[in-house]
Ligand binder design. Structure first.
Ligand code: AMP
Length: 215
C-alpha cells in the first residue's frame, strides 16, 4: 500500500500516519519529523532549516525531496505512508516523477478534512503540551495560510488522477483511524484487483455524522 497524506497542520497526519503504518506494516515517512530530528541533533542541515521551521515557512524543495527519495528507496517493495509532502504543486509533480523512477507511485492521496477553528484549538493544545515552537499562535496562522495558498490546491490534481480519498477528521482520533483503515482497505482491493481501470475521487467526508454516532 502506498499512501500520501495531505492535510492542514493539526488535522492528525502524524497520529493517523502511525496507525496506517502499523495496520499495513509499511514505513511511515514524515518530512516534519525527519527535519525536526536534524534540528534536534544540530546537524548542518538542521542548522540550515531551523529558522524556517520556527517561523512555519517551507523548507526548499531540494532538501525535502532528497530526504523523501532516500526514505522511499529504503522502503522499496514494502510500500509507504508519506506525511508532510507534497506541500506544493511543484513538490507533487516531482514526487510523482520520483515515484515513476522507483516504480512506487502512490495508490491513494488521503485528505484529512478539519475546520479551521478545530485546527487552531488542537494546535494550541499541542503547543501547550509539547512545546513545539511552530505551534505558537502567529506561526500557526502562517502555517494555515500557506496550507490554503499552496497545498490545498494540489488536491484537485490527485482528484483528476483518481486516487483522492477525503475523510472527515473532525471526530476523535480512534474513530477517524477506523474510518481511514476501512477506506484504505477498499482502495487496496481496488488497486490490487483492477490496476488498469480508471478511478474516480472518493469523498467520504459526508459520512462523518453517521460514523460519529456509531462510535
Ligand atoms: P509538519 O510536521 O508536517 O507540520 O512540518 C513541520 C515543518 O517542517 C513545516 O512547517 C515546514 O517548515 C517543514 N516541512 C515539512 N515538510 C515540508 C515540505 N514537504 N516542504 C517544505 N517544508 C516542509
Amino acid at each position: 500500500m502506498k499512501v500520501l497524506m495531505i492535510a492542514p497542520p493539526g488535522a492528525g497526519k502524524g497520529t493517523q500516519g502511525v496507525v496506517i503504518a502499523g495496520h499495513f506494516g509499511i514505513p511511515h515517512i514524515a518530512t516534519g519529523d525527519l527535519l525536526r530530528d536534524h534540528v534536534a541533533r544540530a546537524t548542518p542541515l538542521g542548522q540550515q532549516v531551523q529558522h524556517l521551521l520556527d517561523r512555519g515557512e517551507l523548507v526548499p524543495d531540494e532538501i525535502v525531496l532528497e530526504m523523501v527519495r532516500e526514505a522511499m528507496e529504503q522502503a522499496r517493495g514494502a510500500g509507504y505512508v508519506i506525511d508532510g509532502i507534497p506541500r506544493t504543486m511543484e513538490q507533487a509533480r516531482r514526487l510523482y516523477e520520483i515515484g515513476l523512477e522507483l516504480d512506487m507511485t502512490a495508490d491513494v492521496a488521503l485528505h484529512l478534512q478539519v475546520e479551521d477553528a478545530e485546527l487552531v484549538r488542537r494546535l494550541s493544545q499541542r503547543g501547550a503540551e509539547q512545546g513545539r515552537s511552530d505551534d505558537e499562535e502567529d506561526v500557526v496562522r502562517r502555517r494555515l495560510e500557506l496550507y490554503y495558498e499552496v497545498t490545498h490546491p494540489i488536491l484537485e490534481w490527485y482528484g483528476e488522477r483518481g486516487i483522492l480519498v477525503t475523510v472527515d477528521a473532525m471526530r476523535p482520533a480512534d474513530q477517524v483511524g477506523r474510518h481511514i483503515l476501512t477506506a484504505l482497505e477498499v482502495m487496496k482491493q481496488m488497486t490490487e484487483g483492477n490496476r488498469d481501470l480508471p478511478r474516480r475521487p472518493v469523498d467520504l467526508s459526508g459520512l462523518g455524522a453517521a460514523f460519529g454516532t456509531q462510535g
